[in-house]
Design a protein around this ligand. Structure first.
Ligand code: SIN
Ligand code: FE2
Length: 218
């Protein structure tokens, strides 16, 4: 099956769907700003290029990553953590583009989380077949702030479970411009991304890009 760009559910005005307590899917919220977001990503990539991190267990992640903002998420043989510098260059991570920050703050507020102050923006690149296994975002010092996740390019199936690994998992189709926010009761929900189905998107080619925003420091 190839990803269908012209799926009718990608059309229409922004809409909101509650996924679970504290978790909201804001369909198309970022659609009109997607060209600006993708343009603003280019200088971030020039300073901090895509790389495949290694898990503490030694596995190369299929998703390629980079970061913008004061803190960046990294994984290596020593573990998972946030740090202020890019391990590839030793330099601070590139600044978080204003367009990124404004969208993240707006999306959080739309989902009921006023005053979100992201200090970390992990950027994920999915090529066909890339996936993210079920995990919790728990390397942040402040679980009071939500996670804001922006989907660009090829659609993906987002897996959203409960706060225990064995709880049932919902499967949500995320398309270009969709935003998911989770916090409060679901801040520590297990989530992941099913293997990306091959396709071609006018904005990103054969890939999906995900921007996630977090409050990593207190
Ligand atoms: C993540 O869990 O960090 C990324 C989720 C996604 O790519 O939608
Ligand atoms: Fe995550």
């Amino acid at each position: 099956m190839t990803a269908d760009l012209f799926d009718p559910i990608d059309d229409g005005p922004p809409s909101q769907q509650v996924i679970a307590d504290g978790a909201v899917l804001l369909r198309r919220l970022a659609l009109s700003r997607a060209p600006e977001l993708l343009a603003d990503l280019q200088p971030v990539l020039a300073a901090a290029p895509w790389r495949h991190l290694v898990t503490p267990g030694g596995q190369r992640m299929s998703v390629a990553m980079t970061n913008s903002g004061p803190l960046g998420w990294v994984s290596d043989r020593r573990g998972y953590r946030y740090q202020a510098t890019d391990p590839l260059s030793g330099a601070p991570w590139p600044a978080m583009p204003r367009s990124f920050r404004e969208l993240a703050v707006h999306a959080a507020a739309c989902a009921g989380f006023d005053g979100f102050e992201p200090d970390a923006n992990l950027v994920n690149l999915y090529a066909p077949g890339a996936r993210l296994s079920l995990h919790q975002d728990r390397d942040e010092a402040d679980y009071g702030a939500p996670i804001v996740s922006v989907s660009l390019g090829l659609p993906a199936v987002f897996l959203f479970g409960g706060t225990q690994r064995q709880q049932p998992v919902k499967r949500l189709r995320l398309a270009h411009g969709d935003v998911v926010v989770w916090g409060g009761a679901t801040r520590l929900a297990f989530h992941g991304v099913a293997p990306l189905v091959d396709g071609e998107h006018p904005a990103t080619g054969r890939s999906r890009i995900n921007l996630t925003f977090r409050r990593a420091a207190l």
